[in-house]
Design a protein around this ligand. Structure first.
Ligand code: MG
Ligand code: ZN
Length: 243
């Protein structure tokens, strides 16, 4: 069977809260909220937003590390990731957020115990911490991107998925909107902006609260795919009609 490729957002999806927002709330000069408002109004893209906001942060690595460790992982993530990595599914983490943060968040004991850190492909923004100031770069921004993405999720998905393998996308937020057009199966966290966006535009998606929901629904979709009962367009419509 052709193995689907999993693309998963990080902030607010794998973690329960957005790590960049947590850093800004704790350590940035208050003007970060003005930058955020311009982004939410669509006046700037997430790349420009993050570059400006991180300039306002005054914190060292120890303070950041402590904050990151206080943010919890969405229940069920380690079991979900372990199952599908063990089954040989390519598993990508796509994030506008920062590699320094993601690496530390993923190294926590509940994930390290299962040997999970290091098994994911990660595409994110890059953060370098100097003496109390931050340097940001965006290695996965794309010249083809029209959204101003920090990490252009649709471009990464297009580059990394051969046309025949179904694409599974899991996300929660604003920047995930651009990615869902590349996916056969979309999971959107309940009550967050991606789910609201999909519902408002009648785009098919599966709502989830935690990763045990994603694990169960993805297994069900794969069983249908394997039994050959799915027709094109495959996964989404069949699952939608069940609920
Ligand atoms: Mg998110
Ligand atoms: Zn983009």
């Amino acid at each position: 069977m052709i193995k689907p490729i999993i693309f998963c957002d990080f902030d607010g999806t794998i973690t329960t809260r957005d790590t960049t927002d947590a850093i800004l709330e704790a350590f940035a000069a208050p003007e970060w909220r003005d930058v955020e408002a311009r982004w939410l109004e669509g006046k700037i893209g997430s790349r420009e937003c993050l570059r400006e906001q991180m300039r306002l942060v005054g914190a060292g690595p120890a303070e950041l590390e402590e904050l990151i460790q206080s943010i919890s992982v969405t229940p069920g993530f380690s079991d979900f990731a372990e199952e599908f990595l063990d089954r040989g599914f390519p598993f990508h983490i796509l994030s506008d957020g920062f590699d320094w943060v993601i690496e530390r968040a993923m190294a926590r004991p509940e994930l390290a115990r299962k040997g999970l850190p290091g098994r994911f492909r990660i595409a994110s923004s890059h953060l370098e911490i100097r003496e109390n100031f931050m340097i940001t770069t965006f290695p996965h921004a794309s010249v083809h991107c029209t959204h101003g993405c920090a990490t252009c999720k649709p471009q990464w998905i297009k580059n990394e998925s051969p046309g025949f393998a179904p694409v599974v996308f899991i996300g929660d937020g604003e920047s995930d909107r651009h990615a869902i057009g590349c996916a056969e199966l979309v999971f959107a966290k309940k009550g967050r902006s991606l789910a609201q966006f999909c519902a408002a535009h009648t785009l098919p998606f599966i709502p989830f609260e935690d990763f045990s929901d994603v694990q169960r629904e993805l297994r069900a979709a794969l069983a249908e795919l394997a039994s050959g009962t799915l027709t094109s367009p495959p996964l989404i419509l069949s699952l939608e009609s069940e609920s």
